[in-house]
Design a protein around this ligand. Structure first.
Ligand code: BTN
Length: 241
């Protein structure tokens, strides 16, 4: 990897996308000490106090068929989860790619991922954007349903060490994109959404409620609503029970 650290960025995803259009090679990683307009999934913003979170983006140029692309966000979540899982009890992977921690008050978000596709002169590329809450105190967390590594582990976690672990995990696991059957099984084995009663707020239309029963071949969450199984490709999942 080439790892560049910038003091401040609007969004590391935007920075890496711009570099991709200029021909940057796969493996470029840009870390920002502070993001002033971090982006989240579903057109949300991702706001973090300076130096509290680990916010970075990585450029990949997957040479796989278009049908495999929707797996990239899930695979990124799978790899980030693998890197963090052993650090505390109850760290889970919520569909599609939130890293959450069990809590009696409901799951708390530890990390979020935003994968964006970018067309470049040498073909399609993807920007894997990762934000991990590291040092936030409870009062610095943006929403009550969030947590940080510092709240979960003994001592003060080190962002550089967390970055190294996540990059190593991505390097080991990204090749799974070439075998989405194996990836589907691996992902399903870690996804804490499966088996849960859920409500899914879909981008357009009425929310869906039911039991999350499966991940289909396209990475969609299959929800059994009682009157049929519905695959969901995008949306916000709330674990009801
Ligand atoms: C989400 O949970 O909605 C996704 C949040 C993704 C945040 C990361 S921080 C680094 C990268 N740059 C961005 O602008 N967003 C991602």
């Amino acid at each position: 990897h080439t790892v560049e650290v910038v003091e401040e960025a609007g969004s590391t995803n935007a920075l890496v996308a711009a570099r991709a259009r200029e021909g940057a090679e796969a493996g470029l990683v840009i870390v920002a000490e502070h993001q002033t307009s971090g982006r989240g999934r579903l057109d949300r913003s991702w706001e973090v106090p300076p130096r509290a979170a680990l916010t970075f983006s990585m450029l990949v140029r997957p040479s796989v068929e278009p049908a495999s692309w929707p797996w990239l966000p899930l695979l990124t979540g799978y790899a980030v989860h693998a890197a963090l899982d052993d650090r505390a009890d109850g760290i889970g992977l919520k569909w599609p790619n939130d890293i959450v921690v069990d809590d009696p008050r409901g799951p708390r978000k530890l990390a979020g991922i935003l994968v964006e596709r970018v067309d470049t002169p040498t073909g399609p590329a993807a920007v894997l954007g990762i934000g991990i809450n590291v040092h936030q105190s409870s009062s610095e967390l943006p929403i009550e349903a969030a947590t940080s590594l510092e709240q979960l582990v003994e001592g003060v976690p080190d962002r550089t060490e967390v970055l190294a672990t996540v990059l190593a995990s991505l390097e080991t696991l990204l090749p799974l994109i070439d075998d989405t059957d194996a990836l589907r099984r691996a992902y399903a084995g870690e996804c804490v959404t499966l088996g849960r009663e859920v409500r899914v707020d879909v981008p357009a239309g009425d929310p869906l409620t039911g039991t999350a029963v499966d991940i289909d071949a396209g990475g969609r969450l299959v929800v059994d609503t009682g009157s049929g199984e519905v695959p969901v490709g995008a949306g916000d999942v709330i674990h009801v029970r």
